[in-house]
Design a binder for this molecule. Structure first.
Ligand code: ADP
Length: 191
């Protein structure tokens, strides 16, 4: 089994690239953002509790996403591994994921870090706002808050990755196909 973390700021292309990487390498794509939006769309009690947090650009509590991820790991069969997108987003989530994988005789094999400058990120997010229909894409102040939350709570996960010796930095600017090819090179080094 191989476990890949897709890491980078909002708008860096994690979701786009994760979908095609998952297909190519037979990995299960686990996006906590997608899972949470599915809870909201289904009108579950959990979804109702998380909706306001998400639309303000803040993070939902660690336990919520950890529980969702653990459940998916334990109910998946027939895959070569997992690609985690938008998770872990705090150091506590990263530590919990590492423990969870170790308990199941797995580990974090690779952390792919998509590097994109702030001006390009803003530009992409504004374009996405026109088509995504997401409440947290609609407003510039919420986008700015998501970037601030990323810098304060999520970026420290990079240090965790460095300590674990799994980080690969990838230039996230260019055509989708070129970035995909760069990511594949790193994945092929660990499989
Ligand atoms: P993006 O990467 O485009 O910012 P996501 O779809 O990954 O968006 O996440 C959308 C929102 O869902 C986040 O702003 C946050 O409120 C919530 N969320 C997603 N994943 C996590 C996580 N691992 N921990 C806490 N909150 C999360």
């Amino acid at each position: 089994m191989i476990n890949v973390l897709m890491f980078g700021p909002p708008g860096s292309g994690k979701g786009t690239q994760s979908v095609t990487l998952a297909e190519k390498y037979n990995l299960l794509h686990l996006s906590t953002g997608d899972m949470l939006r599915a809870e909201i769309a289904a009108g579950t009690e959990l979804g109702q509790r998380m909706e306001a947090i998400m639309s303000s650009g803040e993070l939902v509590p660690d336990e919520v996403v950890i529980e969702m991820i653990a459940h998916r790991i334990d109910t998946t069969t027939g895959k070569a591994g997992f690609i985690f997108d938008g998770f872990p987003r705090t150091v506590a989530q990263a530590e919990e994921l590492q423990t969870m994988l170790q308990e199941r005789n797995m580990k974090i094999d690779l952390m792919l870090v998509l590097e994109v400058n702030d001006a390009e990120l803003m530009d992409r997010m504004k374009k996405r706002a026109l088509v995504s229909g997401r409440a947290d894409d609609a407003d510039e102040s919420i986008i700015n808050n998501r970037i601030a939350v990323y810098r304060s709570k999520t970026e420290p996960v990079l240090e965790f990755g460095h300590k674990a010796g799994v980080v690969s930095i990838v230039d996230g600017v260019g055509s989708i196909d070129d970035i995909f090819a760069r990511l594949c090179t790193h994945i092929e080094r660990v499989i």
